[in-house]
Design a protein around this ligand. Structure first.
Ligand SMILES: [Zn+2]
Length: 401
């Protein structure tokens, strides 16, 4: 009897374990790839877009081929905005980038389903190399939080963060259909609060300034952004590109502004990524400037992450470009800083988010409807697609090159 009871208990625990591993296929990222002895890994990519502005791009299997043994893990997201092909603006010439057309951009929520499906079709071993992020919400919409909850419910065990999403972004903000995103908007507060409650890691794009700076003044968005950061101490936020862009250039004071955040305990939850080859141009502009950036990173080694900001790269060379551009910086970092910026900080932040979000899901998935209703949100049907059903569906995605 004892034996039978034990076997039954064992069977129940096994079934439970199997059930959880079915619902939460990657609930534990036990293996930090960088710790492998034979590692040739150059970096984990904290900022990567699988799809472009018309939702075309690579499959995760193709990107694995480009990552090879050089790139360990990748924060996986699409682009939440779609460039409209407006015949009355572009005629037969189809635009594939926001700078290729005067017509509007709009939020393309389906991108999250594309990312989830691309992730779920990988083997559990390959899934460990991807950290999927939710992006397909409109940050000016008080219902944006409902979208995030709905995605978590439909794809449990998949997503661990939100972003990269944009508030102020040169050229892009003014092209987005509808109300312009803003740091003053309460919808943003709701999003960041929800992220904090769940443990979702946030990658936020917000230019530090307007394209043409107001002479003699602090950068237009800097103090407002600090206020937003301050209101959300419970939320881990990576500020993308340290607020720089193709047209938003660093002022001579830029590194001092970053240090305002870095040295203040109020902002311990704020991190920076130095992704994008456009940003690398500023950092490696001349030796003195590179040394100044290196000094800041060496002083605050735990707060910076490297990312490529690559958008659907076609070759390994394309994909490694931003990393290569930064060679002058890598040479000036001490060993510990270099490791943390390229690998260590990624593992710390993404592993921690993964753990928190999986725990939150275990406790709250069944209550999501209630939460959405409390938010006066739309009621979604009471159904859940088990990830394995999706994972076994091997029909190719409509991602053509
Ligand atoms: Zn980006």
């Amino acid at each position: 009897m004892f034996k039978v009871a034990n076997l039954t208990t064992l069977a129940i625990s096994l079934t439970t374990a199997m059930l959880w591993s079915t619902i939460f296929p990657s609930s534990v990222k036990t293996q930090d790839i960088s710790l492998k002895k034979d590692s040739e890994i150059l970096f984990h990519d904290s900022h990567f877009h699988l799809t472009n502005y018309i939702q075309k791009g690579l499959t995760t299997k193709e990107i694995l081929g480009l990552m090879n043994n050089k790139i360990g893990r990748v924060a996986l997201f699409g682009i939440p905005l779609q460039q409209k092909w407006d015949y009355f603006v572009s005629g037969d010439r189809n635009p594939d980038y926001y700078l290729s057309s005067d017509s509007e951009l709009y939020y393309y929520s389906f991108v999250d389903a594309i990312i989830a499906k691309e992730y779920l079709k990988l083997s559990p071993e390959d899934q460990k190399r991807f950290d999927p992020m939710i992006t397909g919400f409109n940050p000016t919409d008080m219902y944006a939080t409902n979208h995030i909850l709905q995605v978590l419910k439909l794809y449990p065990g998949v997503f661990l963060g939100i972003g990269e999403f944009s508030i102020h972004k040169e050229v892009v903000s003014s092209k987005v259909a509808g109300h312009t995103a803003s740091l003053y908007n309460k919808a943003l507060d709701k999003i960041l609060s929800l992220a904090g409650d769940i443990g979702l890691l946030v990658i936020l794009h917000c230019d530090i300034d307007e394209m043409r700076p107001h002479a003699g003044q602090r950068p237009a968005h800097f103090d407002n952004l600090k206020e937003v950061f301050q209101k959300h101490k419970n939320t881990r936020i990576i500020w993308a590109h340290t607020g720089l862009g193709r047209f938003v250039k660093p002022t001579p004071n830029h590194l001092n502004l970053l240090e305002e955040i870095l040295r203040d305990k109020e902002f311990d939850h704020v991190y920076f990524d130095i992704s994008w080859d456009e940003v690398a141009k500023y950092v490696i502009a001349d030796e003195k400037i590179t040394q100044a950036w290196a000094n800041l990173l060496n002083k605050y080694p735990d707060r910076f992450l490297f990312g490529t900001d690559s958008v659907a790269p076609k070759t390994e060379k394309d994909y490694l470009k931003t990393y290569q551009d930064y060679q002058p910086l890598w040479k000036l970092l001490d060993n510990e800083t270099s490791f943390k910026v390229r690998i260590g900080n990624y593992e710390k932040l993404f592993n921690e988010a993964n753990q928190k979000v999986r725990e939150w899901e275990k406790k709250n998935l069944s209550k999501i409807e209630v939460q959405m209703n409390q938010n006066k949100g739309v009621k979604i049907n009471n159904f859940l697609i088990p990830p394995t059903t999706v994972a076994q569906d091997t029909r190719p995605l409509l991602l053509s090159k």
